[in-house]
Design a protein around this ligand. Structure first.
Ligand code: HEM
Length: 316
């Protein structure tokens, strides 16, 4: 059995309770698993588009997409939860994942959510948070009361109004990463995609309201976001995804992300991608944030389960 703590730097290993990737995915899929689907963010659609850099980030990282030219990507919009037919407007979290082919040997996979921070700082507490969510509102309230580190997340939640469009949400990296330049200098950063769009007249409250709206919007033109990096200062903790960094931190507009097409087909290309946040190109590296290792292990377990089910289905 591989425990997540074995994948963590020694300073982050848990001395008491440990959570395996299998335990995470068992909890996330719950009693009803949907064969062939992701165990989290099961409902989603593939998109394609391109990134056009401003050039403003290239002094901080060697990743070539920030220097010049446009780079195509495959992406996936999703909503949180294990149900691939869940009603869009009921999900508390919306998401966007993107995958860049950086070179024949390097890819960059990114998965972002609407909150700017997590509620908790480590995998053990995230496991307890999911368990509390599944137990109901009372248990979740008790969980938040027992965890003061959830305050930044709760402040965001109180200020957040879900949009009627996936094109109008802000999508955050939440976890921090290091940018590395050719001189070997490292800077911890977080980032977000800031929407450029405006509300459309068409609103719907069907189960597919958000994906229908996005499809309608894309018929009229591309959906754009500014890709903004937040640069940390010495006093910011890059290993704790529950703590916001001060508002006055320097922000760099790295460029513009344009989404051009959507493909609702369940076998479209993005559906078989594992958006593992530790798939990083040269010029980017992971912080010691223990959540990153937990994510990587859990995504692999979810991927294994759904890939096996797809294979068995194809063999029938
Ligand atoms: C310990 C914490 C976390 C765990 C255990 C976890 C678990 C998972 C799992 C099992 C999947 C399905 C993977 C697959 O089958 O491909 C998933 C998908 C996803 N997660 Fe997480 N997650 C965690 C934290 C986060 C955070 C902090 C973010 C946002 C920054 C995030 C964003 C996403 C997104 C966007 C997807 C869907 C990606 C896609 O479209 O394939 N997760 N997560």
């Amino acid at each position: 059995m591989v425990y997540l703590s074995m994948l963590l730097p020694a300073s982050y290993a848990f001395s008491a309770e440990q959570v395996t990737a299998q335990q995470f995915v068992n909890l996330q899929q719950g009693n009803t698993s949907f064969a062939g689907f992701r165990r989290a963010h099961a409902k989603g659609a593939c998109v394609t588009g391109y990134f056009e850099p401003s050039g403003q980030l290239s002094a901080l990282t060697q990743v070539p997409i920030f220097a010049q030219g446009t780079t195509p990507f495959i992406g996936r919009f999703s909503i949180a939860g294990n149900n691939p037919t869940a009603p869009d407007l009921k999900s508390p979290v919306r998401s966007l994942a993107v995958s860049f082919n950086i070179s024949p040997t390097q890819q960059w996979r990114i998965a972002m959510n609407t909150p700017p921070v997590m509620a908790v700082s480590n995998p053990h507490d995230f496991y307890q948070q999911i368990a509390a969510i599944k137990s109901g509102p009372q248990a979740l309230k008790a969980f938040f009361n027992a965890h003061p580190e959830t305050q930044d997340f709760l402040n965001w939640k109180a200020s957040y109004t879900p949009n009627q469009s996936l094109a109008l949400e802000r999508y955050h990296s939440i976890n921090a990463f290091y940018l590395e330049n050719s001189q070997g200098e490292k800077r911890a950063v977080r980032w977000y995609f800031e929407p450029q769009g405006h509300p459309m007249d068409v609103t719907s409250d069907t189960d597919n309201a958000l994906f229908d709206e996005l499809s309608a919007r894309l018929l009229k033109g591309s959906v754009k976001f500014n890709w903004i990096f937040i640069l940390s200062e010495e006093t910011d903790d890059e290993n704790d995804p529950a703590v916001s960094w001060p508002e006055d931190r320097q922000r760099v507009v790295a460029g513009e992300v344009a989404i051009e097409q959507i493909d609702m087909d369940l076998n479209a290309q993005c559906q078989s991608i594992n958006f593992d946040p530790l798939t990083l190109p040269s010029g980017m590296s992971a912080t010691a944030d223990p959540i990153l290792r937990a994510r990587s292990a859990a995504y692999a377990e979810s991927y294994r389960r759904r890939a096996k089910e797809k294979l068995l289905e194809a063999l029938q």
